[in-house]
Design a protein around this ligand. Structure first.
Ligand SMILES: [Fe+2]
Length: 318
């Protein structure tokens, strides 16, 4: 159990439009665009945009599939990651509340959970919820985009929140299968951590027995899955074997995603988790020019120009 699943790696959202995501993640939240490519699964081309810190480090990566062009909408609910939380320095929440007001981002009141200041806010282009969480212990380097001063800038993930109708089986999964341990409850939320429990090593389970089930299929407006770090392919295989030994066999085969290799598991909560072993983003473009070129995923190779016309989801960074 010493080397197993680690902290948060990336989270993947089904959103509305590519431009809506650029306006929100790049221009408002100050993330860098570190890769522009396509969804690797299926036959219909859908953008896959990766946002994160300037170097695209695991633990900072929010990736999006803008699904509006398909016409399919998702239903949010139990069995999904409900909230994606990012870490900011202590005292930074008022800056963000004012900035969100200027950028037309709806927010809740500043509140407190597990002793930390929290501001909940909405994607302006599609129904997705996020949080900023003040964490003075987070020493990771700040995001550098959108001219946001370092003293306020995002550092990466703090935690994700899973909405579940019951949590007993998920507790077994988190502790015996996923290497996390519970450290306490706050109302309907139970917090699980791995390692030292620093920012980016935290999952909250939100128990809501009356919640309706959310979508699992791709469609606009939900968090599709969250990916966790594994240190090697051997550990990844071992995790799968051990979780299967608990009686949970809902794993995918290993999939090569270009920048990491992953397995996926449908957890007892219903939320889809992924265990990713990183390769890096500099495998197909220079590290100092990440995200500048459109990279075609393998199943669409040699059709780049036709694909971009077919996608019809143009976006500008300026
Ligand atoms: Fe993923």
């Amino acid at each position: 159990m010493s080397e197993r699943v680690g902290g948060l790696h990336h989270i993947t959202l089904c959103t509305g439009s590519a431009q809506g995501d650029i306006d929100f993640f790049y221009k408002t939240l100050g993330m860098s665009l570190v890769k522009r490519t396509l969804l690797y699964d299926g036959k219909a081309p859908i953008f896959h945009l990766y946002f994160g810190n300037a170097t695209g480090d695991p633990g900072t990566l929010t990736t999006v599939f803008p699904f509006r062009r398909t016409g399919r909408k998702a239903r949010r609910g139990a069995g999904q990651i409900e909230l994606c939380g990012y870490s900011i320095p202590r005292g930074a929440l008022p800056y963000w509340r004012d900035r969100f007001a200027r950028f037309g981002v709806r927010v809740s009141k500043i509140s407190e959970r597990f002793g930390q200041g929290v501001l909940r806010f909405e994607h302006p282009d599609c129904p997705l919820d996020f949080e900023l969480i003040e964490d003075p212990a987070d020493t990771r380097k700040p995001f550098t985009g959108a001219g946001i001063p370092a003293e306020y800038a995002l550092r990466g993930f703090h935690n994700w929140t899973v909405l579940a109708r019951e949590t007993e089986d998920m507790d077994i999964f988190m502790t015996e299968g996923w290497n996390y341990r519970p450290i306490g409850t706050d109302g309907a939320f139970t917090r699980y951590v791995v390692g030292d429990g620093d920012a980016g090593h935290v999952i909250d389970l939100h128990l809501q027995p009356t919640a309706k089930a959310g979508s699992w299929f791709f469609g606009e407006g939900f968090i599709h899955h969250g990916a966790f770090k594994v240190p090697s392919l051997e550990v990844q295989e071992q995790v799968k074997l051990e979780v299967e030994g608990l009686g949970l066999t809902d794993f995918s085969d290993r999939k090569h995603r270009g920048y990491f290799q992953s397995i996926y598991v449908r957890t007892p909560s219903g939320a889809l988790f992924e265990a990713s072993h990183s390769i890096g983003f500099d495998v197909d473009e220079p590290a100092d020019k990440l995200g500048l070129e459109f990279i075609v995923s393998p199943q669409f190779a040699d059709r780049k120009d036709a694909l971009l016309r077919q996608l019809n989801d143009p976006f500008e960074l300026d």
